[in-house]
Design a protein around this ligand. Sequence first.
Ligand code: SF4
Length: 253
Amino acid sequence: MTISHLNEIKELIGKGATFYVSHSGGKDSQAMYAELFSIVPRDQLIVVHADLGEVEWEDVQDHIIANIRHPLNVVRAPKTLFEMVRHRANTRPDVPSFPSSAQRQCTSDLKRNPIYKFIRNDMKQRGALLAVNCMGLRASESAARAKKGTFKINATLSKAGRTVHEYLPIHHYSDAEVFATIAAAGQKPFWAYAAGNKRLSCVFCIMGCDNDLQNGARHRPVLYQQYLALECETGWTMFNGQSLRDRVERRVA
Ligand code: SF4
């Protein structure tokens, strides 16, 4: 497979652009890094991970570090997912406390905003005015992701003399092509895939499929109980009228 917009990317490399790779530890991030590593000069590539704290897979950062040949920059939001849910329950008890696909405050507050802050600061420190924000989103993941533009100006980051492009290099890759890219790099995906997970990020994602939620409950039973306790505490279920327990026990019942 070939990454998208290869000619434009080569042109930006020639202009000295800095490439920021958002790495979750998941297979798409891993394949994206492998592809970009093969064409972007080492000093123009920066890897950044948004640490989700207690709700991410425990050894995922070790996995990233073992499979990149750059330093890993780790950023954190000033609040955790649990704090975000509790805050919402306290300030807006009339609306669901948990984020949803329509209200993905978790992605913006816990991942995107800390990474944007890092990019702004890092560009400032380097005196860089041209950058590319690279993400491993793929069309086959969802209808919403299929519609995303794969190469465009990031209007939020392109300010104060900076130009930052938003780039989805492997948007067109299939699952098989992602796994093949990782294998071709001589690497393996994070262990949770072999244990049955289809996707990776938060162990219990608000958009996770039953399979991944059940796998999460098997491997992280304490965290599972913490989510159930948070549902009781807030009076809201994690999935629009459905408890995490319902989703986990669905096929067992
Ligand atoms: S993985 Fe799911 S729950 Fe976690 S931040 Fe992303 S959308 Fe939210």
